[in-house]
Design a protein around this ligand. Structure first.
Ligand code: DAH
Length: 350
């Protein structure tokens, strides 16, 4: 019963396996697959014809046919695997790899000029016993302004072009911003610690700026703070003098002039004598002989009160350094935007 179809399957099997043995490239293998397993392949035809067969034969031939199908599929993938392997081995043998040839060199990165100067500044203050601490770039209005003696509506807020975060609190106010300076870190640090304090706090700050050669919307500052019993303006001057000499050369002179910052009293602007012309006047110092490098002052009693320190017991000083300005002066870089454009021609020079 059903011998005709059984024989047909047997014939397909022996013929297919025999042919498979003789195949040795992938193209012939694909033809083989089409011949037996393809849509119009001989085995596929038998399986398609099943519905025309009487029920008992249908079962028998169906099961044998499907077994044969899996067998052929398995043989096909084994063969494919072995042909690919052979192909790979042949290619490896044909191609001559000279392992002694030099490879492609990988472009090595360099330390960014900002990182370099930041490390130098940190080293100098660390050698004077200052800790180094970082803090958040997204800040509250209360830390960035209010605690620093600038309540809402205070005109001194205009000194900082501010980027506000689009977040409204339950009182309908927008209290979140990108910090405009590192000074809020003074508050954060004093809230966490008791005097004596000696700390520098470097990091990125943000301004709502139309950028140009001297203005970027993101740049670095280094904030400094020292609080203890009996700290005076002489300590401020001595510390910053030492800093300037270590960074810009032993023979540096330093100039303090009155300036206004709401969170210090008195406030000063600190300049060094030009390290290029030594005070004669040149293009680096703008003909003035002096170069401004930072703002500083004695911490305002109200700022100390805000964090719960008693200003009758403790005094201290603070300073803020604009970091990029230093390598700009040292290397004669005339555009601050070069620092963050990621142009390798610029960055490779440091
Ligand atoms: N935060 C000031 C600014 O961004 C710089 C500054 C001035 C910081 C005086 C200070 C300071 O700590 O005492 O312009």
């Amino acid at each position: 019963m059903g011998t005709e179809n059984t024989q047909k399957l047997e014939r397909i099997q022996s013929e297919a396996l025999e042919k498979l043995d003789t195949i040795n490239d992938l193209k012939d293998l694909e033809n083989w697959r089409v011949t037996y397993l393809g849509r119009k392949g001989t085995l596929t035809q038998v399986l398609r014809g099943l519905s025309q067969l009487p029920i008992e034969e249908r079962r028998d031939i169906g099961s044998r046919g499907n077994q044969l199908k899996s067998l052929l599929e398995q043989k096909l993938s084994e063969k494919e695997e072995s042909l690919k392997q052979a192909d790979l081995e042949r290619k490896l043998e044909e191609s001559s790899i000279d392992v002694t040839l030099p490879g492609y060199s990988i472009q090595l990165g360099r330390t960014h000029p900002t990182t370099k100067i930041l490390r130098q500044v940190c080293d100098i203050f660390a050698s004077m016993g200052f800790e180094i601490v970082e803090g958040p770039e997204v800040e509250w209005d209360s830390y960035n302004f209010e605690a620093l003696n600038m309540p809402k509506g205070h005109p001194a807020r205009d000194m900082w072009d501010t980027m506000w975060v689009d977040y409204t609190d339950e009182n309908g106010e927008r209290p979140m911003l990108l910090r405009t300076h590192t000074s809020p870190m003074e508050i954060r640090f004093m809230e966490r610690r008791d005097p004596p304090i000696r700390v520098i706090m470097p990091g990125k700050v943000y301004r709502y700026e139309a950028t140009d050669a001297t203005h970027e919307s993101m740049f670095y500052q280094v904030e400094g703070l020292a609080i203890d019993k009996g700290i005076t303006m002489a300590d401020l001057k001595g510390t910053l003098y030492e800093f300037a000499r270590k960074l810009f050369g032993e023979d540096r002179k330093i100039r303090f002039r009155c300036d206004y910052f709401p969170f210090v009293e008195p406030g000063v602007e600190v300049a060094i004598d030009c390290f290029v012309c030594h005070g004669e006047g040149c293009s680096v110092c703008g003909g003035d002989g002096w170069i401004e490098i930072l703002g500083a002052g004695m911490t305002h009693p109200d700022v100390l009160r805000w964090v719960g320190y008693d200003p009758d017991v403790y005094t201290g000083f603070a300073f803020g350094i604009g970091l990029e300005r230093i390598p700009m002066l040292m290397y004669g870089i005339d555009d601050i935007r070069l620092f963050y454009n990621n142009d390798m021609r610029f960055l490779k020079q440091f």
